[in-house]
Design a protein around this ligand. Structure first.
Ligand code: HEC
Ligand code: HEC
Length: 317
């Protein structure tokens, strides 16, 4: 068979029709995809936020899918085709300069997002995400509503929990800072409240703790640990003032528990995915020495705040 112009034409026609068949017609023959258990339609406000997500190029840095191979990396759910039936065109993305957002809804409170979109450095001092402070208030509300919807019904359940705790935390906050410190103390399960920090507050541990504090906490809790970081003006309840613990019961375990799990309903994030255990203890030591005023050189604590010798919290009034 000679390679005549006619044969080349026929070959091209066969390739083109095979491609058209497999790309255009074959998918139409497969079973329609049904909504998954978590899929839901967006509200009008969320839909407006979705348009802002597209216009502001969020997809350039964020994905909205979790592959089976990502699941071990602490993702909450492997994405299913049915999760996207109402998401047309879908915003899967292919770049992960920032974290995957497919289950972002309810991971943080609205005030956290507000501060984060104003300037991501406010909530994550080392972030490279650009600022979106040029968005007007209604647009910011729409974008946050959209981000809080990511994850469908799973996000709704998390948001219900956030909102419920937010109400309770606000009530405690309004009763004054001492009542609030008391409320937060009682919220922590009893065995954690008395657990001492197992790591001594050596100079090296404090240096590591300081590094973590500056990387993660300083713009909320402030350089003096009094809760007056630059993010504080966007947040309610305000970031905790650690110097209050000079006159309240506390322990290494209390700090550890709060940092590990965050405080649902407030902007205080959970760090169990970002910080390994030793770093949480280190930053707890840093807070104890730097802001609560534990003296690491005093005879009382020896070389630091050794687990066995940490004073038990005073009896409750
Ligand atoms: C240049 C890349 C880049 C762009 C563009 C970008 N982000 Fe980010 N984003 C990041 C990085 C990096 C992080 C992680 C650090 C942080 O929290 O700021 C992040 C974090 C986030 C988080 C917090 C996730 C979590 O729970 O910790 C949200 C929500 C988010 N981005 C939403 C958006 C939205 C919405 C847009 C568009 C308006 C956007 N991002 C645009 C890079 C980007
Ligand atoms: C986005 C702001 C924000 C960031 C970042 C943040 N916090 Fe908080 N934190 C808060 C808020 C708000 C509260 C108080 C919530 C309330 O009063 O209901 C809080 C409370 C706490 C408490 C509870 C104190 C108690 O007695 O119960 C601890 C401990 C704490 N933060 C430690 C940290 C550490 C350590 C980091 C960094 C690894 C950090 N926080 C990062 C906002 C933040």
């Amino acid at each position: 068979m000679g390679m005549t112009p006619r044969m080349v034409g026929v070959g091209m026609a066969i390739i083109a029709s095979a491609t058209a068949w497999s790309v255009l017609f074959l998918p139409g023959l497969t079973a329609p995809i049904r909504p998954s258990a978590i899929a839901r339609r967006l509200t009008p406000l969320e839909a407006r936020g979705r348009i802002l997500y597209i216009r502001n190029g969020c997809i350039g840095c964020h994905t909205q899918y979790v592959r089976p191979s990502d699941w071990g990396l602490s993702a909450l759910r492997v994405s299913q085709p049915g999760d996207y039936v109402y998401d047309q065109p879908h915003l899967l993305g292919s770049e992960r300069t920032g974290p995957d957002l497919s289950q972002e809804g309810g991971q943080h409170t609205n005030d956290w997002h507000w501060a984060h979109f104003r300037d991501p450095r406010l909530t994550r001092p080392a972030s490279i995400m650009p600022r979106f402070r040029f968005l007007s208030r209604p647009r910011m509300r729409a974008l946050i509503a959209y981000v809080q919807s990511l994850g469908g019904k799973m996000a709704d359940a998390r948001m219900a929990r956030q909102n419920d705790w937010h109400r309770r935390l606000l009530a405690a906050w309004r009763r004054g800072e001492d009542a609030n410190a008391d409320f937060l103390y009682r919220r922590v399960p009893a065995p954690w409240r008395v657990l001492p920090n197992p790591y001594p507050a050596t100079q090296a541990a404090l240096a590591r703790g300081r590094f973590v504090y500056e990387q993660e906490c300083i713009n909320c809790h402030g350089p003096l640990g009094d809760g007056n970081g630059p993010a504080a003006r966007y947040l309610l309840p305000r970031p905790f003032n650690f110097t209050l613990l000079k006159r309240h019961p506390w322990s290494g375990g209390l700090l550890y528990y709060q940092i590990m799990n965050g405080i649902t309903g407030s902007a205080m994030p959970y760090f169990k995915q970002d910080l390994e255990s030793a770093k949480i203890w280190d930053v707890s030591n840093y807070i104890a020495v730097e802001f609560i005023g534990k003296n690491i050189d005093s005879g009382e604590t020896g070389s630091g705040i050794p687990a066995a010798r940490e004073p038990a919290p005073p009896p409750r009034p």
